[in-house]
Design a protein. Structure first.
Length: 121
């Protein structure tokens, strides 16, 4: 290719380029996925803590780290407002309520696991 054809191609690409409006919510979990993560993660944690304390700790860390990851995106100063604008305040409320329920289930899992351990001694 000659320099002239390269410059012509570059000009054509720059002139015909259009802006791309990428959505934020196509990269975020749905409300159903958030609730499933909280409820199934809590139920699995209860079973894991009752079986072995170390397995319960691993499952709880995985579940809580997933929830914390979504929290970091919601509270991010750049991504958070875009999520609020695109998904609405209901999405944020649903996330916080499911995260609260998930944390309560984690605490219940630890409590029930310790109770089973004490009863078996």
């Amino acid at each position: 290719m000659t320099l002239r054809s390269i410059l012509t191609l570059a000009v054509v690409l720059v002139v015909t380029a259009t802006p791309v409006y990428a959505e934020v919510m196509d990269k975020e979990p749905t409300i159903t996925a958030i609730w499933a993560w909280a409820l199934l993660g809590g139920a699995l944690s209860v079973l894991a803590w009752r079986w072995r304390w170390w397995f319960g700790a691993i499952v709880s860390m995985v579940v809580l780290s997933g929830t914390y990851g979504v929290y970091l995106e919601i509270s991010d100063p750049f991504v958070g407002p875009a999520i609020r604008k695109e998904a609405g305040q209901g999405y944020i409320g649903q996330f916080y309520f499911s995260a609260l329920l998930g944390c309560v289930l984690q605490l219940f899992a630890v409590y029930s696991g310790m109770k089973v351990r004490r009863a078996s001694r």
